[in-house]
Design a protein around this ligand. Structure first.
Ligand SMILES: Cc1cc2nc3c(=O)[nH]c(=O)nc-3n(C[C@H](O)[C@H](O)[C@H](O)COP(=O)(O)OP(=O)(O)OC[C@H]3O[C@@H](n4cnc5c(N)ncnc54)[C@H](O)[C@@H]3O)c2cc1C
Length: 455
């Protein structure tokens, strides 16, 4: 065999797995067809957060007046922002490539596909490997409506030549609400259209309500309960028609309506690897596919589609195969963030999920952060704890407000360790912060859920 391990895809999962395995002395090959670092570095987390931060500067310039500053805000230059973002991404992509090369992996700037269970076509060259990792990620999908190709997807949003003056973002997942916040903050009239009554399906109900309020307070125009029917062009204008016949026009329509695993054309049938109808590769908790020597990591498995999960899986697999340290990753209590304006962060169960299991004590607080009493900005913070009534264990921590992801990352350790409400109560706060509210929530807001015994 040419390699002990061949990794298809140089994204978060693939790079980590290849780098750690090569560090253990394994003969590793890795192929990337587009850009090293994958979605997260090039067209995901990193550039997205830079765009969110660009929007924040505009708001801070406005808010400074409340603190005595005279700030004259000039116009924002989208091309300057995109050029700065591109320079940073090019730097990061270079780092990813060097990390792999320095670890001793053999790098292929090519597409890899299966010829048989141990042989790959890598840019026209046949290579064989004892173990193979599929870490090909996913891609955005347009909705199945006529004219969908007239709208853009998240991959395109990072390379727009100019800022739209009016934009319609379709979808209510985290990418949709993040981009609605970005466009609005950078000056576009922004409409968010979605099918559900509230954005962010699957998140805690209080957070969803707080987010809808926050988006509206920011100036995003919300259109709940909308079914997309068709998209048409009238010159440069785009006209979106809904199921009820109503229309909405803008100079940009952005579909953030779902993602699909990258498995088409990979030759998985030749490798004997089973997929779900969605295209997701089926894996065991050890990340093994239906072929025991072929593994799949990250978004291509469509489990928890987040960068830290992908890298953790890649690291665990390299440790298992070559580090003499077999281990699995737990997908319970995975913390996550939505970089809306302001952001949401969450770890553990939502109130709805926890209440389905039994009675829970719920603590919620909502307040205007100190800063905005002076800035005058209409921006609230909402914080919430979901506590198992019987054991007093913290089942869920949720926050919408400035710095929420920075705060919840620390609390996630406590949740993973099994902290109780009493542990939170005996922790002294840091004053004056928003975070201290998490350790001073004394009054229960409500009890939720049903007692199992009573059912
Ligand atoms: C707009 C956006 C924002 C996001 N924001 C966040 C965030 O804030 N936080 C977070 O945790 N996650 C975020 N994510 C999700 C995150 O980017 C993914 O979970 C993560 O990148 C998954 O890593 P991966 O290695 O599985 O796949 P990817 O990073 O997608 O890497 C797969 C790589 O495989 C390559 N490839 C595919 N097929 C082949 C082939 N046949 N041969 C060779 N190469 C191939 C692709 O070119 C790609 O580079 C975001 C995603 C998007 C789209």
């Amino acid at each position: 065999m040419d390699f002990d391990l061949f990794v298809i895809g140089g994204g978060s999962a693939g790079v980590r797995c290849a780098r750690i395995a090569a560090g253990y002395g394994a003969r590793v090959g890795v192929a990337e067809e587009r850009f090293w670092g994958g979605t997260c570095v090039n067209i995901g987390c990193v550039p997205k957060k830079l765009l969110v931060q660009a929007g924040e500067y505009g708001a801070w310039a406005d808010d400074a007046a409340g603190f005595g500053w005279t700030v004259t805000k000039g116009p924002h230059s989208w091309p300057a922002l995109i050029a700065a973002k591109d320079r940073e991404i090019t730097r990061l992509e270079g780092i990813y490539r060097r990390l792999l090369a320095n670890a001793g992996a053999t790098i292929f700037d090519a597409r890899a596909t299966f010829i048989d269970p141990h042989t790959l076509d890598v840019g026209g060259k046949h290579v064989t490997a004892t173990n193979i990792v599929i870490a090909t990620g996913g891609h955005p999908e347009r909705p199945p409506i006529p004219g969908a190709e007239l709208g853009i997807i998240s991959d395109d949003a990072f390379f727009l030549k100019e800022m739209p003056r009016k934009v319609i973002v379709c979808g209510s997942g985290y990418i949709a609400v993040e981009f609605a916040g970005i466009f609005q903050a950078l000056g576009a009239e922004t409409h968010l259209v979605y099918r559900q009554p509230l954005p962010l399906r699957g998140f805690d109900g209080d957070m969803r309500e707080a987010l809808a309020e926050a988006l509206a307070a920011q100036g995003v125009i919300l259109h709940a309960g909308c079914h997309l029917q068709k998209l048409e062009a009238d010159g440069e204008q785009r006209i979106l028609t809904f199921g009820d016949g109503q229309t909405l026009s803008a100079d940009l329509v952005f579909f953030a309506t779902g993602r699909k695993p990258n498995t088409a054309g990979l030759g998985l049938d030749k490798a004997g690897v089973t997929t779900l109808p969605s295209g997701a590769v089926v894996v065991s908790p050890k990340m093994q596919t239906s072929q025991p020597h072929i593994y799949a990591l990250g978004d291509v498995t469509d489990q928890v589609n987040l960068t830290p999960v992908a890298t953790a899986e890649g690291h665990a697999l390299a440790d298992t195969l070559f580090g003499g340290n077999p281990r699995e990753i737990s997908l319970r209590n995975v913390p996550s963030a939505v970089f809306s304006t302001p952001p949401i962060s969450t770890v553990g169960l939502t109130e709805e999920e926890a209440a389905a299991l039994g009675p829970v004590d719920v603590y919620v607080t909502k307040f205007t952060p100190m800063r905005h009493n002076l800035s005058g900005r209409n921006r609230k913070t909402t914080m919430k704890l979901v506590v198992d009534q019987a054991t007093q264990r913290i089942l869920g921590v949720h926050m919408l407000g400035e710095d929420a992801p920075e705060i919840v990352q620390g609390l996630a350790i406590a949740v993973v360790m099994g902290a109780t409400k009493q542990d939170f109560d005996r922790t002294i706060g840091i004053h004056p912060t928003a975070a201290e509210e998490f350790v001073t929530l004394r009054t229960r807001t409500r009890v939720s859920g049903v007692a199992k015994a009573a059912e």
